[in-house]
Design a binder for this molecule. Structure first.
Ligand SMILES: [Zn+2]
Ligand SMILES: [Zn+2]
Length: 243
């Protein structure tokens, strides 16, 4: 009981963005010297994902076209990720997802928000941000949906609306980690649905929001659900890190 209350209080302070103390860097622990929990020195050392394939964000490594795309990114118009999934990004994501360290998530979301405008100089922004949904039982275990928190931060920083409940996870799926691509897709069959609530009209472009993208099978499964209702909808994917 007391653990739950402490966690709730911590989350409430985080959500409310109260600053009881000056911001401390999530990586080195020193005062951050600004209104972000990341000092400029640690920020300058974070690994950045090089410009890659516009559809799946895979680094192209000297080749001009991406051979993975036809299968890997079907249904997705573009994928944008801020970091490769390596240290210290992996540690920050783990702390964010599994250890209630919401400051680590906010630092990564702010980093992604700062990088996105460069990709939309000649392109229209998505009209709506759709976080990858968490099954209600997982949500109760964790206390929050990390993708919805990222989407909330991105929406606030970029001035874009977020629809956290438009997509639903209707089936609990075993963890995707370690499964080959084909099994990941099978694992996700029937896992997602559109909410029964009133659906927005006239949508042309949305961005799915996720923490880490590996094979893109989750994003593909969600794009299928969206395309079943809006066949011409342009579905993009934004994520903190690309594995
Ligand atoms: Zn630092
Ligand atoms: Zn590609």
């Amino acid at each position: 009981m007391s653990t739950w209350n402490a966690r709730q209080l911590y989350q409430w302070l985080n959500f409310a963005q109260f600053r009881l103390l000056p911001a401390c860097c999530v990586l080195c622990g020193r005062p951050a010297g600004r209104d972000l929990d990341l000092c400029r020195s640690c920020e300058s050392h974070l690994p950045r994902l090089p410009e890659g394939c516009p559809r799946c964000a895979r680094p192209l490594e000297g080749t001009l076209s991406c051979r993975q795309c036809p299968a890997a990114a079907a249904g997705l118009a573009r994928t944008l990720a801020a970091h490769p999934y390596c240290e210290p990004i992996a540690t920050l994501v783990t702390r964010f997802k599994y250890q209630q360290d919401l400051a680590a998530g906010r630092v990564l979301a702010e980093g992604l928000a700062a990088r996105l405008p460069a990709h939309y100089q000649d392109a229209a922004w998505p009209e709506l941000l759709l976080p990858v949904p968490l099954h209600p039982s997982r949500w109760r275990e964790r206390g929050y949906n990390q993708a919805a928190l990222i989407a909330g931060d991105l929406g606030r920083l970029l001035g874009l609306p977020v629809a956290s409940r438009l997509l639903e996870r209707v089936r609990v799926t075993p963890p995707q980690q370690g499964l080959p691509a084909a099994e990941r897709r099978r694992n996700l069959q029937g896992a997602f649905a559109l909410a029964v609530a009133p659906l927005p009209e006239g949508l042309t472009r949305v961005a799915l929001i996720d923490d880490v993208v590996t094979t893109m099978s989750t994003a593909q499964a969600l794009a299928e659900v969206l395309h079943a209702r809006w066949p011409r909808l342009e579905v993009q994917l934004w994520c903190l890190a690309r594995a």
